[in-house]
Unconditional design. Structure first.
Length: 263
């Protein structure tokens, strides 16, 4: 037996050619523990764990289910391009994030579209003085390369605009090689870490800049795919639609003024 240091959502751990090999909860797919587990398998394990209710939860406890669903995974751990919940289906990208409107089961998802750019935006708590930008950049670069095993060339930017910290991860299809760590998996592990729900067995992430613990108040993750998403106007929020309408009206007004002045 062995301990899966990089994934606590596993069982049936054993040593295989000197490496710790375990079965991912929910899917039973074998994963090696010296690298990150694919996000699809982690999500499936999380949903399975919440369903099993092994221990009674406190009466005031509730679960954050935003973005969480029971995914269909390939044997490689990758998301299947088409995901369904009953008779409702949608297409996802390599990060498992919905990129189309929801349709019935006849929906066709011809390919799993690659997420080429992930933006992680964090906001730290109010403080008397801003952080040292170079120290902050070094901490996050070192953490992502050492803790999540991502090649540093895929971390294209660590930007500090007090109180916001923005990290850019970029990895095209041609950059992703067999066995290499995927930016979508890194972003998922990282988000869980900073929100206090680490996937690691017993190794919490302490965000500390110049020996001072940093409290993060908000974390958001944005995804940019190699092919633009296919959302209809109906799926846009009223606020976004209002902005589009205002811009269109402004353009039309400008054209009218231009035509009138030319006369």
């Amino acid at each position: 037996a062995c301990i899966c240091e990089k994934n606590k959502r596993v069982n049936n751990c054993r040593v295989d050619n000197g490496r710790c090999l375990c079965d991912a909860v929910g899917s039973g797919i074998a994963v090696y523990c010296d690298t990150l587990t694919p996000k699809c398998l982690l999500m499936k394990a999380e949903v399975t764990g919440s369903k099993s209710a092994r221990r009674e939860k406190p009466k005031d406890a509730f679960e954050d289910t935003d973005g969480l669903y029971d995914p269909e995974c390939e044997n490689s751990g990758a998301f299947k391009a088409k995901q369904c919940n009953g008779t409702t289906c949608w297409c996802v990208n390599t990060a498992g994030v919905r990129r189309t409107d929801k349709h019935d089961a006849d929906l066709k998802c011809n390919q799993l579209v690659r997420t080429r750019w992930i933006i992680i935006e964090m906001k730290h708590a109010e403080r008397n003085a801003p952080l040292n930008a170079e120290s902050l950049k070094k901490f996050f670069m070192d953490t992502i390369t050492n803790r999540y095993l991502l090649d540093g060339r895929f971390i294209t930017s660590v930007l500090y605009e007090n109180p916001y910290i923005t990290i850019d991860l970029k990895q095209n299809s041609s950059d992703k090689y067999l066995g290499g760590v995927d930016i979508a998996d890194v972003a998922y592990y990282f988000e869980k870490d900073v929100k206090g729900d680490s996937i690691f067995h017993n190794n919490r992430l302490n965000v500390s800049i110049d020996n001072e613990a940093l409290k993060l108040e908000k974390t958001a993750v944005y995804y940019i795919d190699e092919i633009a998403p296919e959302f209809s106007m109906r799926s846009l929020t009223p606020g976004v639609i209002a902005v589009i309408v205002v811009v269109v009206i402004a353009i039309v007004a400008a054209i009218v003024v231009l035509v009138s002045s030319n006369k």
